[in-house]
Design a protein around this ligand. Structure first.
Ligand SMILES: Cc1ncc(C[n+]2csc(CCOP(=O)(O)OP(=O)(O)O)c2C)c(N)n1
Length: 385
């Protein structure tokens, strides 16, 4: 094998192919803010606060988010700070130096807002816009599908898959992968668009949405590469996620389980049974995200069946609960960070979203179940151009 000494901090000589594999795994294991910290720690002594402040100002990331990520890096033994009596600065460990070089060496564009997709590193904002366009096109082409519900969940799914979750699109059953249960399974078009962009299956497959004989039906099914649970009957997904999180604990696996729920879906009693079970078992490897778009099929959630105060309800059930702006990546990431740092109990993020987000005349509930006409599609795509 063509061995090279590529990186002076590499513990062993690695071939380029091995380095590529390693880089891919590392970039899916640590998140973008952690990469920012690792790659911006100066080699000269500096205090952790001044380093994080500098990164916060340059890359517009909240200081609190960086602080939490610095703690995670310290737990992973990639950085050191604030421990020895005569050492008040921050520095990379030997392993941290290697990981830092690995993440920036050939892809300096990881800095800023770039994320890894099937077609290389791309700006997150562009990726999200393209996902919205794809969702619109495939639902219009299929002639049916839950458009408003899909558009409200696009940002959350993109952040999870491109900035947070660990998985391998070439090995979709990798046992240690993080899991996502799309409990609001009717938002399948958004999940399919994200999975294709992440490289689980060809983007061309998306055009077969809801076609007889195609794999991409109206609701997610196991067997579709990247889909971790079959869903669609509202109310059941959290129970599946709880089972997965218990299995991870029993197996001593470190994977995390995410469940994306609709706010109308919370009318289902099974959600609250599962919530009690998760708290009882102290499932701190489980994160629920409620897509709080304010509507269900027949109207506003507060008119159909009151659910507020929602954060307090989750807390009363023994969960950590935080709010977030479900269309703001920084806000979603901050909420995910605080869930990662919660121990001994599961966490819920109430992500405030807009149904039909991104297209002015689709925002609200009118495109809950309606398919855009050819003219509406053109108008919608031009708004996202
Ligand atoms: C058990 C069950 N009942 C009814 C439906 C039909 N249904 C599909 S989407 C939907 C509305 C869900 O509303 P919400 O959870 O708020 O999600 P949103 O579409 O607003 O994102 C309903 C009732 C279903 N899929 N499962």
């Amino acid at each position: 094998m063509d061995k090279i000494r590529w990186c002076k901090d590499a513990p062993i000589p690695l071939s380029e192919a091995q380095l590529d594999d390693l880089r891919r795994i590392v970039l899916r294991t640590i998140n973008k803010n952690q990469v920012l910290i690792l790659t911006n720690i100066p080699r000269v002594p500096a205090s952790i606060t001044s380093v994080l402040r500098g990164i916060s100002q340059r890359f517009h990331v909240p200081l609190s988010t960086l602080k939490r990520n610095a703690q995670m890096l310290r737990d992973l033994n990639l950085i050191k700070y604030g421990e020895a009596q005569n050492f008040s600065g921050v520095e990379l460990t030997e392993l941290g130096r290697f990981i830092s070089e690995l993440t920036v060496s050939e892809e300096p564009t990881i800095l800023g807002n770039m994320v890894q997709t099937r077609s290389g590193f791309r700006p997150l904002g562009t990726v999200i816009k393209d996902l919205r366009k794809r969702v619109l096109r495939i639902i219009a082409e299929a002639g049916s599908g839950h458009l408003g519900a899909s558009l409200s969940a696009v940002d959350i799914l993109a952040i999870l898959y491109f900035m947070r979750m660990r998985y391998d699109p070439k090995n979709s059953n990798w046992p240690d992968r993080d899991r996502l249960v799309l409990s609001k399974g009717h938002a399948a078009p958004a999940l399919y668009a994200v999975l294709a962009e992440a490289g689980f299956f060809p983007v061309e497959e998306l055009t077969t949405l809801r076609e007889m004989g195609g794999i991409l039906q109206g609701h997610p099914e196991m067997g579709i590469p990247g889909v971790d649970a079959s869903t669609g009957s509202l109310g059941q997904g959290l129970s599946i996620a709880v089972g997965m999180a218990i299995a991870a604990k029993l197996d001593g696996s470190g994977y995390r389980v995410y469940a994306l729920l609709g706010d109308g879906e919370l009318d289902e009693g099974q959600i609250w049974e599962a919530a009690l079970t998760a708290a009882h078992h102290g499932l701190d490897n489980l994160t629920v995200i409620v897509d709080r778009n304010g509507f269900q099929l027949t109207g506003r959630t507060e008119d159909v069946k009151k659910i507020e105060p929602l954060e307090e309800k989750w807390r009363a059930f023994g969960w950590e609960a935080v709010g977030a702006d479900g269309h703001d990546p920084a806000s979603i990431l901050t909420a995910l960070d605080s869930c990662d740092l919660t121990s001994g109990r599961p966490s819920a993020i109430i992500a405030h979203t807009t149904k039909g987000k991104g297209v002015s005349f689709m925002e609200g509930n009118s495109y809950s179940r309606k398919t855009p006409s050819a003219q509406e599609l053109v108008r919608a795509l031009s708004e996202l151009a």
